[in-house]
Design a protein around this ligand. Structure first.
Ligand SMILES: Cc1cc2nc3c(=O)[nH]c(=O)nc-3n(C[C@H](O)[C@H](O)[C@H](O)COP(=O)(O)OP(=O)(O)OC[C@H]3O[C@@H](n4cnc5c(N)ncnc54)[C@H](O)[C@@H]3O)c2cc1C
Length: 386
């Protein structure tokens, strides 16, 4: 049961219902199986692309529909409710699609984004390095000019879809280490580039998308594959992260919503002491409290996307979504799992949901980093320098 959101008009509601029907029929049935095989379903990806469910906010010239990020939001909810890993297809297309469409030369962005929106290509984003992810600008992967190319050397780690992506946006150092964020350049690198090798981790959740490392050994990248200006890649390109944090919020909240719907149905049907479980306030009140908070957090996510579509600042709001929603989703699913008694502890949908949402308490920046972003927006950069 999903509550209507004021930002979602009739057209978006129709899109949400279309995506919801598709996800329930085609995506949900393979949720458990993909956790086991750890492979993203490429046939489903192409189906989603064929139905216009990938990157609807991207410009039409790049294969999108120019619909705005609210449209991406309603689709995110629908696909994530069925399988959070499959909704990475949407997240990575929206995040990387925005970066490519704004910062790559059209002759590079055009063919790749056409494939992304058709569901024929998956793009990863590689920022984190073995020495740390929170201090993201302090990175060491080296990018140098050699002949008429860039040459890349170094390692990225904990990258979503590292071993399944067809191309990756890589942040590396072209300036001195002392230059910090101002010595970083972003490149677009197809993953079949010679010298690029990949590994796969054994993840707790989100196992169909997975994470892994990327190793660059003298990888040559054409100069026209640079995104934004040299040494300004971090400052320019990182702006794309803001709205994707609201999309992540909607992804995890959709999983929590599905868990709540299951838990309410179970509490209404299963009996103890001669009554439905829901009659006991010890069961129903925690669910009611989480239900309230899930709807409030959804509103915040949609408000952030609305601000983005209006061209208004939304960094603090998106950071609020990103720290609050994953923790709230985890706590909600935990409560739902308990309401199933011993059955909740079996391998199955509920425990997988718990494992899946936990990843977003870390991925794309932890709660501490998000709260620092909010503090900086409120108190000013002079008061919260890093
Ligand atoms: C599911 C998942 C998907 C991911 N996908 C990607 C991806 O696609 N691309 C990518 O580049 N990276 C990805 N990551 C990596 C992720 O962005 C980093 O793990 C994250 O930014 C934290 O970095 P770290 O793990 O190195 O922790 P560290 O930076 O070592 O931090 C460790 C702990 O210290 C805390 N901490 C650090 N600095 C501060 C501070 N100043 N104040 C308060 N607390 C602090 C952190 O909050 C954290 O709790 C993913 C991670 C996960 C789990």
């Amino acid at each position: 049961m999903t509550v209507r959101i004021p930002y979602v008009d009739e057209d978006l509601q129709a899109l949400a219902e279309q995506a919801g029907r598709y996800a329930a029929e085609r995506v949900a049935p393979g949720y458990l199986e993909r956790d086991r095989t750890r492979v993203l379903d490429r046939a489903l990806m192409r189906e989603m692309g064929g139905l216009g469910l990938i990157g609807p906010e991207l410009p039409e010239a790049f294969g999108g529909q120019g619909l705005g990020t609210l449209a991406a939001g309603v689709i995110h909810e629908a696909i994530a409710r069925a399988d959070l890993s499959m909704s990475y297809v949407n997240l990575l297309a929206s995040l990387n699609g925005q970066i490519l469409s704004q910062h790559a030369p059209p002759e590079v962005a055009g063919p790749w984004l056409a494939k992304v929106t058709r569901g024929e290509a998956l793009l990863a984003l590689a920022l984190t390095e073995p020495r740390g992810g929170s201090d993201a600008a302090n990175l060491r992967l080296r990018i140098e000019h050699v002949g008429g190319d860039y040459v890349v050397n170094g390692e990225k780690t904990s990258i979503s879809a590292a071993d399944q992506a067809d191309a990756v946006i890589v942040f590396g150092r072209t300036g001195s280490v002392d230059a910090g964020a101002h010595g970083v350049t972003a490149l677009f690198v197809p993953t079949d580039a010679p010298g690029l090798t990949r590994s796969r981790f054994d993840c707790h959740g989100q196992r169909a998308i997975g994470r892994g490392s990327l190793f660059f050994e003298n990888v040559r990248v054409p100069l026209d594959h640079r995104l934004g200006d040299e040494n300004r890649g971090f400052v320019q390109v990182m702006q794309g992260f803001d709205f994707s944090r609201a999309l992540i919020g909607l992804q995890v909240l959709a999983v929590a919503r599905a868990a709540l719907d299951d838990a309410w149905a179970h509490a209404a049907q299963r009996e103890a002491f001669g009554k439905p479980l829901a009659a006991f306030q010890g069961v129903s009140h925690p669910l009611a409290e989480f239900d309230t908070q899930i709807e409030a957090a959804r509103l915040l996510c949609y408000q952030s996307l609305w601000l983005k579509d209006q061209g208004l600042p939304h960094s603090a709001e998106a950071a609020m979504c990103k720290w609050w929603a994953p923790k709230l989703a985890y706590d909600t699913i935990h409560q739902c799992l308990l309401s199933f008694g011993h059955g909740g502890y079996d391998r199955g949908v509920m425990e997988q949901r718990l494992r899946d949402v936990l990843g977003f308490e870390i991925g794309d920046g932890t709660a501490q980093i998000m709260k620092t972003i909010i503090a900086r927006a409120r108190a000013g950069r002079h008061a919260v320098p890093n």
